[in-house]
Design a protein around this ligand. Structure first.
Ligand SMILES: *Cc1c(COP(=O)(O)O)cnc(C)c1O
Length: 319
């Protein structure tokens, strides 16, 4: 048995997006609501944390230590999970403390996480130093990997695919935001293990296609060993589109703004400025250029992130 805690609200619902499909004159569109996984505004990291926090408990850890961007959704969900299961939480964030904390950073603080600031180039070093310092003080830190994307974290999305297959909704494509690769690795492995017959297409947020494909293939292969299998995935089996990543991480352009606006105005559904806004912009562009067949069904797997809508940085740029 693989240790797992059960705190996510599962299964997440699947909903049709008929008004968006119509306005785009495109294929049938669906959304799977992993923005509704239940922990502290939800998101995809919650599924990973069911396995990661269980592993931390099994190792006798008392502190969850992780790192991310200033508006990291991963760190917010990690801080909430730490609070819920009685761990200390230390988060290494890239950048400098803003005058006024907003959005995810504000929530990190509400959950009682200790924030350590690091320059981008020193993130790994500061993380290592913090781990050693915490151990030296007599605590037992568990390092939650960047984005929760270790084989343990990726298991969350292997079983998300089992859940999806069990929902018996037909979809030819699953499209979603891919960055540290754990979500995609889990879905790719889950496709094989649970017999999903459609295609899994990651829209890269910030990585070149080849690098992300290789990373996901490796992570999916490693994760299969956690299931007692030994499946070897090649990069070519991993579908990644990096055409929308050029502006860089967290940069809001007209494309993301349009996607956020279309989902909001036609479906009353919120996307986030960093991940789902960019992935949906990619999806919309692919629909417009006729990438999908008109009679296909395309499922947008919503990975969450909406608290970042309230980050100070995006306030002047969103509408
Ligand atoms: C972390 C995150 C992603 C990317 O998931 P990975 O498993 O890191 O590829 C996508 N969307 C949101 C909202 C996220 O927070």
């Amino acid at each position: 048995m693989i240790p797992r805690l059960r705190f996510a609200h599962l299964p997440t619902p699947i909903e049709p997006l008929p008004r968006l499909s119509a306005v785009l004159n495109g294929p049938r569109l669906l959304v799977k609501r992993d923005d509704q996984t239940g922990l502290a505004f939800g998101g995809n990291k919650t599924r990973k944390l069911e396995f990661l926090v269980a592993e931390a408990q099994a190792q006798g850890a008392d502190t969850l230590l992780s790192a991310g961007a200033l508006q990291s959704n991963h760190c917010r969900q990690t801080a909430a999970a730490a609070a819920k299961f009685g761990f200390n939480c230390i988060i290494v964030l890239v950048g400098q403390p803003p005058v006024q904390a907003s959005a995810n950073l504000l929530l990190d603080q509400l959950f009682g996480a200790e924030i350590v600031w690091a320059e981008k180039s020193r993130r790994e070093a500061v993380l290592q130093e913090t781990f050693e310092k915490t151990s030296a003080q007599g605590n037992k830190p568990y390092l939650v990997p960047y984005g929760g994307s270790s084989p343990t974290g990726a298991l969350g999305y292997v079983f998300a695919m089992e859940e999806f297959v069990g929902q018996k909704v037909k979809a030819d494509w699953i499209v979603f935001a891919s960055s540290s690769g754990g979500t995609q690795a889990g879905l790719v492995l889950g496709t094989r293990v649970f017999g999903y017959e459609g295609k899994v297409l990651g829209i890269s947020i910030d990585e070149p296609q080849r690098i992300l494909q290789e990373h996901v293939a490796k992570l999916a292969s490693e994760t299969s060993e956690r299931l007692g299998r030994r499946i070897k995935f090649s990069s070519d089996e991993v579908l990644v589109n990096d055409e929308y990543a050029a502006p860089g991480y967290g940069v809001l352009t007209g494309a993301e703004r349009e996607a956020i606006s279309l989902f909001a105005k036609y479906e009353g559904l919120l996307l986030d400025p960093v991940y789902t806004g960019r992935a949906a912009a990619g999806l919309i562009d692919l629909v417009r250029e006729g990438f999908f067949k008109k009679d296909e069904t395309v499922l947008f797997w919503h990975t969450g992130g909406q608290p970042a809508l309230f980050a100070e940085k995006y306030q002047p740029e969103l509408v």
